[in-house]
Each structure stands twice: as structure tokens, then as C-alpha cells.
Design a protein around this ligand. Structure first.
Ligand SMILES: C[S@@+](CC[C@H](N)C(=O)[O-])C[C@H]1O[C@@H](n2cnc3c(N)ncnc32)[C@H](O)[C@@H]1O
Length: 305
């Protein structure tokens, strides 16, 4: 009884999430609304039917898969979605490795287009990211594709040489950082406390061909960061949310003037990092904006010169 109730609640929350996403979408621009439209209708009905069947059969594994698909779809609503839910979903990252097929009324310039690899190395890296997203994402708490593309843009545009990441997981965001770092001649120093994820990241960095750009640090980052030598161009916080303030206090002095501090999950876990959010929005030496607010959210803080 109790278990069925929990499953029911889960379904209700997922469906409410969809309704909310639709409402949020209605406040967005035309291109986004078009994307929303493509998620609705028959395809959504199919998805709900599948979820309903899984629910009736008490097939938790199938339900988990469907919910995961939904989350990815919502995360990638810009059009880089999983493409696995049904026809009309827009290109998935798998298809996204191919050149753009044309945008939604923007003459092929639609933001829905997946990254277009510039060379074979980039193609291989994007393929690994695609594979990780499709086959390895469960339990890895990875950033979104949109976050990853943003990270790469920041690295290249800032000519960043040192990116410090707290929270490696399986290396997904790390590989996005490396897409930029391989062009700037920089490196990623990434920390994780979980040995399984640490080892998985090692393997993923290797198959993406970026191991030489990465220094992995194993252990509690609250302690291991003491060894980091500045200057840091970009600091990315994506580990224990309650610890963000401690990381900021320890690492802000090592971030170069003009450098950035990014923190993940400001939308979905903002409350657990309230002291951090207050600190980055009330300090005269820092300037902060929040991006990707309809996803997990990322704060972007400039350390003023
Ligand atoms: C949200 S995941 C990171 C996701 C990754 N940045 C990505 O987007 O692919 C958070 C990671 O932080 C790690 N973590 C949590 N507390 C930590 C700590 N005190 N020191 C180091 N790593 C920690 C967890 O083991 C987990 O792998």
C-alpha cells in the first residue's frame, strides 16, 4: 500500500513538473515555445501511457527509466534532448554529433542544434560525452549539456589555463571543461571523495583522450584544496552544497582577479547553500549572475579586478 502510494506520488510530481515546464515555456520566446509544442501532444501521451503501464505492472525499473528520460528531456529542452522518448523530440546528443539539420525557423541557427565538431579529436570527445549521457548518467548527478557547452565557451573565451573543479563524479563536466582547455593549453584539477566515481572518471578521461589535461585529486576536498596553488582562472563548485561557503573561503584568495567562481545547483538546492549565495551577492568585490535557472541553476561570480 505504502509503496504504491509513493509510486503514485512520484508520478504526480513528474506530471506536475511537466505542466510547470509547459507553463514556464509559455513565458519564453517563440523558438522555445516551438520546442515545448514538440514535446506535447501524441508524444507526451505515449510517454504517459508507458508510465501508466509500468505503474500498473509495478515495474519500478521501467518507471525509473521513464522518469530519467523525462528529466533529461526537460533539461535538454533547448533541443539537445535525449531523443529517446519518441518521434518529434528533436535531435538527441546521439544524433547531435551529426551536422545540424536546420533549426526551428531560424535559418539553421536554432539553439537546438547540437555542437558541431571542428575536428576528429573534438568529434571523439563529443561522442564520449554523448555515450556518458546516454549510458552512464544515472546516479552521477551530471551537469546538463547546456551547462557543459557554457563551460567550454568560458574556458576558451577567457583563455583559462587553470580550472579547479570540486566534484568530479564520472568526469562528465570535466570533459566539457577539457574541450576548451585543449585549445588554451590549460589543465583541469578536479576533486572527488568517492573512489568508484573517481575511478570511473579516470577511465572516461582516458577514452575521451584528455587524461593529460587532467589532474584528479582523491579525498575530502575541504582538506585537499589546501594544496592548490593559484592562480585559478575558473573555480567550479559541484560537490556538497553545504560546503560551498567553506570552499569559497579557502579558494577565493587563489582565484585570479578577473577570474570566475561557478556554483552548480543554485536553483534546485539553493536553500542548502544560503550562506554561500548571500556571500556571493553581497560582497563589493564580487559580481554574480544566475544562469540556466530553469535547469539546476548555475551562479557565475566574477572576482572583480
Ligand atoms: C554533483 S556530483 C558532480 C557532478 C560533476 N561535476 C558533473 O557535472 O559531471 C558531486 C560529486 O561531489 C563529490 N563530493 C561530495 N562531497 C565531496 C567532498 N567533500 N570532497 C570531494 N568530493 C565530494 C561526490 O562524490 C560526487 O561525485
Amino acid at each position: 500500500m505504502v509503496r504504491k502510494g509513493v509510486i503514485g506520488l512520484l508520478i504526480v510530481s513528474v506530471i506536475s513538473g511537466f505542466v510547470l515546464a509547459q507553463q514556464t515555456g509559455s513565458r519564453r520566446g517563440a523558438a522555445d515555445r516551438a520546442a515545448q509544442g514538440r514535446m506535447g501532444g501524441g508524444m507526451m501521451d505515449d510517454w504517459l501511457d508507458q508510465l501508466d503501464k509500468a505503474y500498473q505492472a509495478n515495474n519500478r525499473e521501467e518507471m525509473g527509466k521513464l522518469i530519467e528520460q523525462f528529466k533529461q528531456m526537460r533539461q535538454q529542452r533547448g533541443g539537445m534532448g535525449p531523443g529517446g522518448i519518441g518521434p518529434g523530440m528533436g535531435p538527441g546528443m546521439g544524433q547531435g554529433m551529426q551536422p545540424p539539420q536546420g533549426g526551428r525557423g531560424l535559418g539553421g541557427a536554432s539553439p537546438e542544434n547540437a555542437p558541431v565538431p571542428q575536428d576528429d579529436i573534438e568529434k571523439k570527445i563529443l561522442a564520449v560525452l554523448d555515450d556518458m549521457r546516454q549510458n552512464q548518467s544515472r546516479g552521477m548527478m551530471n551537469c546538463s549539456v547546456e551547462d557543459g557547452r557554457f563551460f567550454r565557451i568560458l574556458v576558451e573565451s577567457m583563455n583559462a589555463k587553470t580550472v579547479v573543479e570540486i566534484g568530479t563524479s564520472n568526469g562528465y563536466s570535466g570533459i566539457w571543461w577539457c574541450l576548451g582547455l585543449r585549445k588554451t593549453g590549460g589543465r583541469l584539477i578536479t576533486h572527488d571523495i568517492d573512489k568508484n566515481r573517481f575511478d570511473l572518471a579516470t577511465a572516461n578521461f582516458k577514452r575521451a583522450g584528455v587524461s593529460e589535461l587532467v589532474q584528479q585529486v582523491f579525498g575530502d576536498a575541504h582538506e585537499t584544496v589546501a594544496k592548490i596553488e593559484g592562480p585559478i582562472d575558473i573555480l567550479f563548485l559541484d560537490a556538497d552544497k553545504e560546503g560551498y561557503m567553506d570552499y569559497l573561503e579557502k579558494l577565493l584568495p587563489k582565484v585570479r582577479p578577473g577570474g570566475l567562481i561557478l556554483a552548480h545547483n543554485t536553483t534546485n538546492a539553493g536553500r542548502s547553500m544560503q550562506n554561500y549565495l548571500t556571500a556571493i551577492t553581497t560582497n563589493k568585490d564580487l559580481e554574480t549572475i544566475f544562469v540556466h535557472k530553469d535547469q539546476q541553476g548555475v551562479s557565475v561570480t566574477l572576482k572583480k579586478r
